[in-house]
Design a binder for this molecule. Sequence first.
Ligand SMILES: Nc1ncnc2c1ncn2[C@@H]1O[C@H](COP(=O)(O)OP(=O)(O)O)[C@@H](O)[C@H]1O
Ligand SMILES: [Mg+2]
Length: 234
Amino acid sequence: MSDKILEVRGLYFTYDGENVLEDITFSLDRGEFLGIIGPNGSGKSTLLKLITGILKPDRGEIKLYTDRISYIPQKITSLSYNFPATVEEIVSLGILSKGMLKRISRKDYNLIEQALDKVGLLELKNKRLGELSGGQQQRVHIARAIVSNPELLVLDEPTTGIDIVNQTRFYELLGHLNSEMGITVIIVSHDISTIAGEVTTMAYLDKKLHFIGKPKDFFRKILWPVELEDLLSR
Ligand SMILES: Nc1ncnc2c1ncn2[C@@H]1O[C@H](COP(=O)(O)OP(=O)(O)O)[C@@H](O)[C@H]1O
Ligand SMILES: [Mg+2]
């Protein structure tokens, strides 16, 4: 029996009278790792904002069977570039933002250290965010997400501007959070070849959901590589 964490049915969303998403229907089981690809402007970020409740559907429904969601929006890195806080302070926001605690307890502090260790940033905990590379900054956001103890982690193009070696490490880290910690992951990405090796489910979105299924079926169905590159570069 499957254990669903998300169900989307007949979803439509409109900006300025224009359909951005049309008739999106899919569901996701707990423990899955969903990678969403599609050309620029195809509605990927809009879909994530609908899933996380930032936007409301014009038609259709979204059922989310958890309230423990952690969302890392697109371009969060450039927004926090001059942010004066340290790595450790930013990660502690993952606990404070739950709103239950006014102070960090010893137990919370241990959780923060463990999360920093998991993403390989323990030695950099007293650095300011702006002093870190793009890849390191993204791992800070992942550590912040880990301490908030999410069941669902939602990331929007987290590896933009990160070199290929660190992209691969980043996806390995997400794969670890998914398989070892059982966190369900939804990621929007341009790095199709990198995500294909880590995800359990792949979706191709371009206003409509043209494909959702196993990565190997995706490659079988879409003619590789010419049509796919054409699709993604539009
Ligand atoms: N706040 C907004 N107001 C009006 N149109 C928007 C807004 N945000 C996005 N759009 C439009 O909606 C479409 C989908 O955008 P988006 O979901 O950001 O696509 P993607 O993330 O796939 O690049 C695009 O045509 C974009 O221009
Ligand atoms: Mg986007």
